[in-house]
Ligand binder design. Structure first.
Ligand code: NAD
Length: 649
């Protein structure tokens, strides 16, 4: 028997047995079971959603053990029950359709010699000729790579997104989550390949790719599995007593087409997290990766394998020009992660079209190390926070404020951690950091280093970097002043500027003076002090006695203040940010004329005024008066409404 990618020998046997029952041959027509259908079956199974495929294979496997006469009898029963009308017959109709569908499709397919015979006998050709532009041709099969699309193609992309949205609106959140779970499985299965692909595009260390991209993405998908149904289910809302008898709800619905534009530093994580969130919310999803780290074909492959339908998520490759064209075609919301400069451009273009935006932008995160910490631990944490992904993280530690009492000891400890860093674009996980990803970023780091050196900074490590090698080494800098670029601007590289501080208030003030407000870390044994400082920092995220860890918890919303961005993603509020809320008030059909409807009369005015007064006055007496005037007002309004103004005395 020929080998199949999906069918084991039992399942093949089950398929052939079923084929023999349904198509026994004779009357000049060949029977089903002698043709080599395995490959053809594979082609069909490729296109089935993973869950359906699993179900079908299980069924075919089970059929291998059912005696042929009994199978024939079963098929007759299924056929009979499928005539039942409505819901009771539906499962049998589906079973009938599924089982017959696969057998008949294979029988009439062109692969085997028997197939050829059948078609010749029928005088029928399976060859379908179509033009490249035919819509049907585009709608079947897997997603194609969309690279540098023309304006016309972008219109088509939006057209498809609209269709996807309609299709997804027929599915429950739970059903969509089924695909997210399948995606999680596929990622787990392909972990090594994914890490290699990320490394190829970014040049980061394998462990950086594993921890900050693959693990974090899986963790977020699991969060969605656990929380998305709750976050998106209809919410019961309190209805005040003045609206007695009515109900209030908030529905969370698809917001339409979501455009996601991502940067180059975490290309996998920044793809999977927003794509999955948008998909779960039922949006048509358009995703544009960075032109520097496109991971070309990877996300499509994973989505295909996870059974995502064609066009549900469209990945559009291209540079800023493509991004701008996608914006100009008016998505219903934009989720952008990237630099402040591009964020401003996007917000400006979006403002013209009144498109809501969520912006996750740059940062200049500080670590504040107080004198009472465990120095060894704090130094290890700060070094990791500054160097993970070779400093190319929006929440990298870019300024290290150390209390003067421990400044020298902390510096010594930090230098010893840095001395042990292994830098290599490794293939076995045995390296701490890799190389810089883009030439443009190397140029920025170079510019900051040259500026710092010219202004008197002392390089305790990495001072000998040739300012060209992509493997920019960790650079611990002392004697840092406020006029230096390494102090003011986002460096996005392995630079660790040390700053001595004397008192709590002044350090908070210096940090809050920055135009950025993404994250910070506060290190102190005194939890009261750490909490006090945390509350005063004008940033979106703070880790206490740890670093970059708010991002480590998918349940916490993430986002920045000031120039670091607008909005929050992740967490329950983050899921809802990818949806649209609809407020609904439900009343019953009745004969009642509401008190605020016409006619407005002098008497109604007086009663309404009295009721207003009692409604907003405290105390049990006021409450009773409110109830009594309310009832009176209701009675009068009802009567007045029914009689009409002219008939009122
Ligand atoms: P970038 O702004 O240069 O590019 C980001 C994306 O925007 C790319 O896909 C690019 O093609 C696209 N783009 C460029 N011009 C555009 C336009 N006019 N219209 C639409 N799209 C356009 O950023 P980058 O260099 O790729 O990424 C680094 C920046 O991202 C850093 O500033 C970093 O701090 C920030 N970042 C922020 C977060 C966060 O969550 N806050 C996370 C990661 C990175």
């Amino acid at each position: 028997m020929p080998a199949s990618k999906y069918l084991n020998q039992f399942q093949l046997r089950g398929l052939n047995k079923l084929g023999r029952v349904l198509i026994p041959g004779g009357g000049g027509m060949p029977s089903f079971d002698s043709a080599p259908f395995a490959q053809e079956a594979d082609r069909m199974l490729d296109y089935l959603p993973a869950e359906d495929r699993k179900g079908l294979l299980f069924l075919l496997g089970a059929l291998a053990f059912v005696p042929a006469p009994f199978l024939k009898f079963k098929m007759l029963l299924i056929q009979r029950f499928s005539k039942w009308r409505g819901a009771p017959g539906a499962p049998f109709r589906l079973l009938d359709l599924g089982l017959k569908g696969i057998v008949f499709t294979l029988y009439y397919s062109k692969l085997g010699p028997q197939g050829e015979d059948v078609l010749k006998k029928l005088n029928y050709s399976t060859t379908i000729k179509m033009d490249k532009g035919d819509l049907m041709l585009q709608e079947t099969g897997k997603n194609d790579l969309i690279i540098d699309p023309s304006e016309e193609k972008i219109k088509e992309i939006y057209h498809k997104a609209n269709a996807a949205r309609k299709e997804l609106s027929q599915m429950s959140v739970q059903e969509r989550l089924g695909h997210v779970s399948a995606l999680k499985e596929v990622i787990l299965k392909n972990m090594d390949m994914i890490i290699d692909k990320i490394q190829k595009d970014t040049k980061k260390s394998q462990t950086d790719a594993l921890i900050s991209e693959v693990f974090s993405a899986l963790d977020y998908l699991e969060f969605l599995e656990k929380e998305a149904v709750k976050a998106l289910k209809d919410e019961k809302i309190k209805t005040p007593i003045a609206l007695l008898g009515k109900k209030s709800r908030v529905y969370y619905e698809s917001l339409g087409n979501m455009l996601i534009i991502s940067p180059w530093n975490y290309p996998f994580y920044q793809a999977i997290v927003p794509i999955a969130t948008s998909f779960v919310c039922g949006n048509g999803t358009l995703y544009k990766p960075s032109e520097f780290t496109p991971l070309k074909g990877l996300v499509e492959k994973l989505l295909d394998e996870a059974g995502f339908g064609r066009g549900w998520v469209q990945i559009v490759y291209g540079d800023g020009k493509t991004g701008a064209s996608l914006v100009a075609n008016r998505p219903d919301k934009i989720f952008f992660t990237g630099s402040v400069a591009t964020g401003k451009k996007i917000m400006k273009a979006a403002a013209e079209l009144l498109i809501p935006v969520e912006l996750e932008l740059g940062g200049k995160d500080a670590a504040i190390v107080f004198e009472d910490v465990n120095i060894k631990r704090a130094a290890a944490g700060v070094a990791w926070g500054a160097l993970t992904n070779l400093g190319q993280s929006c929440t990298s530690v870019e300024r290290i404020y150390v209390h003067e009492k421990i400044y020298e000891n902390f510096k010594k400890e930090l230098l010893s951690v840095v001395a042990n860093i292994k830098q290599e674009v490794d293939s076995d996980g045995d390296a701490d950091v890799g190389a810089m990803t883009t030439q443009a970023q190397i140029d920025i780091v170079k510019d900051h280093v040259v500026d710092a050196k010219a202004k008197g900074a002392v390089f305790l490590t990495g001072g000998d970097w040739d300012q060209e090698n992509a493997k920019a080494p960790p650079m611990v800098i002392d004697n840092v002043s406020e006029d230096m670029k390494v102090y003011q601007e986002e460096t996005f590289g392995p630079v660790l500027p040390l700053i001595k501080f004397h008192d709590e208030l002044s350090v908070i003030e210096s940090i809050n003076e920055s135009i950025y407000g993404l994250s910070a870390s506060v290190w102190s044994k005194d939890e009261g002090r750490a909490q006090r400082v945390t509350r005063q920092l004008n940033v979106g995220n703070v880790s206490i006695n740890n670093v970059m860890l708010t991002e480590g918890n998918s349940y916490l919303p993430f986002g920045g203040n000031k120039y670091s961005g607008i909005g929050r993603y992740k967490g329950v509020s983050g899921i809802r940010g990818f949806s649209q809320s609809k407020s609904v008030l439900i009343d019953k059909d009745s004969a009642t004329i509401e008190v605020n409807w016409y006619p407005y009369t002098g008497k109604k005015f007086k009663l309404f005024k009295a009721m207003t007064f009692h409604a907003f006055t405290r105390g049990i007496g006021a409450f009773i008066k409110f109830a009594l005037t309310g009832m009176k007002l209701e009675g009068y309004s009802n009567k007045a409404g029914k009689k009409g103004r002219k008939n009122l005395k």
